[in-house]
Design a protein around this ligand. Structure first.
Ligand SMILES: [Zn+2]
Length: 308
């Protein structure tokens, strides 16, 4: 972040915008809404999901760039020359870690940036390991448990405050408001999932994105189509998954927005189930799935519709 903008000019701009805001709507101006873009904390992150969490945590004090476009696979993403320019201009990096987007760390090192990196997922307080997991094999998709997304917000707020101590109080206020939004969202998810008959609370997804979501909200993941994105399953693995789908009586299998559906269509044909297109997991999408909250609401509404 550049700190060279004259304070007096910023104060003048604040005054002008506050005057307009007061005249137009009668309410108070949004705190910091007039911040010069050059005076914001310039955050570079990987997914649009994290970008939205960062915007909601830092409010107008942050400018966020996500490197992975919606519809691309974060697990196998290749950085572009444009990404390198964004990385060079960053004040702060935010990544998930646990193997999801660790390519960013290598890229930052190659660019010789000494800016701070916030890793959202590793050793997140309050996270119990999944059965059979070790620290080296931990599933990275913590954010799909809304409670854990609240832990991400705490870490983002800590990073933003360290990058811009002058804005610490404002960041604490926006982060607290968003944490409450997430607590309400978590309660809403629980209210929705219990409307699915218990015997139907079983899912198959394209990749292994939902284990924390499933554990938090009482679903069972019967299987996944690919062990890791970028690796096609063997004929034997597909046959085993077909057996598992048949044995479990799962009613619907879920494709994901950033992955092709051909394999899911094949699984559905061979098992007599239905493919429910496009849960959102690692990325956001077009309207209405343009925020983390909208992603959770979209996924839950489509799960309930398919399984109830
Ligand atoms: Zn993923």
């Amino acid at each position: 972040m550049r700190r060279s903008a004259p304070r007096t000019l910023i104060s003048l701009l604040v005054g002008v915008v506050a005057a307009f805001g007061g005249a137009g709507c009668g309410g108070p101006a949004t705190p910091g809404s007039s911040l010069d873009p050059a005076d914001r904390i310039n955050v570079v992150t990987t997914s649009a999901v994290f970008a939205d969490l960062i915007r909601n945590t830092g409010g107008e004090r942050v400018a966020v760039t996500n490197l992975v476009p919606n519809g691309a696979d974060i697990h196998t993403y290749q950085v572009t020359p444009e990404d390198m320019r964004a990385i060079a201009a960053a004040d702060l990096f935010v990544m998930n870690g646990l193997g999801l987007d660790d390519w960013l760390e290598g890229t930052i090192k190659a660019a010789s940036s000494d800016k701070m990196i916030v890793r959202l997922a590793p050793d997140l307080p309050g996270v119990a390991p999944l059965p059979g997991e070790t620290a080296a094999t931990q599933n990275p998709h913590l954010w799909l448990d809304v409670t854990y997304a609240g832990g991400y917000v705490d870490r983002v707020a800590g990073g933003l405050k360290a990058a811009d101590p002058d804005s610490a109080e404002a960041i604490a206020a926006t982060a607290a408001a968003y944490t409450q939004t997430l607590a309400d969202l978590d309660a809403w998810v629980r209210d929705q999932i219990v409307t699915i008959p218990a015997e139907n609370r079983r899912v198959v997804t394209f990749h292994d994105a939902l284990p924390y979501f499933a554990r938090a909200y009482g679903l069972t993941v019967v299987g996944v189509a690919v062990e890791a994105p970028g690796q096609d399953p063997s004929a034997g693995e597909i046959a085993a998954l077909i057996d598992a789908i048949r044995a479990s009586g799962v009613r619907a299998i879920f494709s994901e927005s950033q992955f092709p559906t051909a394999l899911m269509d094949q699984l559905a044909r061979e098992t007599g189930t239905t493919v429910v297109a496009n849960l959102y997991t690692d990325t956001l999408g077009a309207e209405p799935v343009t925020s983390y909250e909208a992603l959770i609401r979209w996924d839950v509404e489509h799960l309930v519709e398919a399984l109830r």
